[in-house]
Design a protein around this ligand. Structure first.
Ligand SMILES: [Ca+2]
Length: 332
């Protein structure tokens, strides 16, 4: 076993988390090999299967056209070609469940938001493989709110702040190396410009949204660890860096990268006993503390840290190439 360091300043993981951030050497050797798509998924995915069938139709059509007049060649080849181009998109739409309502877009940054309809759900260690700070499992209830469809990108950060602190540069990649306090300054400026009341999500809101509206999923979009690479950039497929937001599959609410890519700051102070004695309706963290909560895991973490119930925390002044955020706003 090997102890893992997190962040660019090699700050050590607090003892509470060390057991969860230790990895077998065999896993470390697999770092940076790129995403491994399970062969089962490729074979069954109609996106991969349909075009192959249509290509056969196209080849047969082309053979017939060799016996046709040149004038009719264009018209006869057009239909199968268009069908082949349109088929992947239609097949993908059939795989993804429909979204209930259209998102709204912030006019200043172009940031898209998904409506998360409120409800009640079982929060915490519902799979029985968590740590004490994820227990006891309890029922909590939330009002409607909007949550960013993607992690905030470097392009969006720079539009508001005029600079880009990120370690892994790329306009469509998530901004990182931003502290919780930096994020508050970003939110303050953006709210001045947009007239909105953007904020960070609470831990409860984050977990509810990540679980596709309180479903009992272990990860965002699936409960199967073998499928995690389809939904998240994490230790086994990230190549030790962030990636452009929205490249992986979304969860059922239409949210991308809730797992992996970068950890996401939450509004709450971290409380080890957060799940005990908090209000049932729209609960928030303790009124004060020394660390702010983070959720979702990053490009650096393994599947155990990407569990949706997993809780992480750092000083509000801490910055790392593994930490970013997304915004929330109350439904008007
Ligand atoms: Ca994330």
């Amino acid at each position: 076993m090997q102890e893992i360091l997190c962040g660019d300043d090699e700050r050590r993981i607090p003892p509470l988390y060390q057991s969860k951030l230790s990895l077998e050497e065999g896993q470390l050797l697999r770092s940076g090999n790129g995403e491994k798509v399970p062969s089962r998924f490729v074979k069954e995915d109609p996106v991969h299967r349909l075009p192959r069938w249509l290509i056969l139709v196209q080849v047969m059509g082309a053979a017939l056209l060799l016996m046709s007049s040149p004038a009719s060649l264009s018209a006869q080849t057009k239909a199968p070609l268009e069908a082949a181009e349109e088929a992947p998109e239609k097949a993908a739409a059939a795989v993804a469940p429909p979204l209930e309502e259209k998102p709204f877009t912030d006019s200043v940054t172009g940031m898209e938001f998904v409506l998360v309809k409120g409800g009640c759900f079982a929060m915490g260690d519902t799979f029985g493989d968590g740590l004490p700070d994820e227990r006891p499992v309890r029922e909590v209830c939330l009002d409607d709110f909007y949550l960013g469809k993607y992690e905030v990108t470097q392009k969006q950060w720079e539009l508001v702040m005029g600079s880009n602190p990120s370690r892994f540069k790329g306009g469509d990649r998530p901004v990182e190396q931003v502290s919780w306090s930096d994020v508050q300054r970003f939110i303050s400026r953006l709210n001045d410009q947009s007239g909105q009341k953007f904020r960070l999500p609470t831990e409860t809101e984050w977990e509810y949204a990540a679980r596709s509206g309180g479903k009992g999923e272990k990860y965002a979009g699936t409960s199967q660890e073998i499928d995690l690479g389809q939904y998240a950039w994490y230790f086994l497929n990230s190549g030790s860096q962030t990636h452009a937001v929205g490249e992986k599959r979304r969860n059922d609410l239409g949210l991308y990268d809730m797992n992996g890519n970068v950890w996401e700051w939450c509004a709450d102070w971290y409380g080890e006993n957060y799940y005990q004695g908090r209000p049932k309706h729209n609960p928030e963290g303790p009124s004060t503390g020394s660390n702010k909560a983070l959720r979702g895991g990053s490009w650096f973490n393994d599947a155990g840290n990407l569990r949706l119930a997993y809780r992480y925390a750092f000083s509000p002044e801490y910055r790392a190439g593994t930490i970013g955020f997304r915004l929330a706003v109350r439904r008007q």
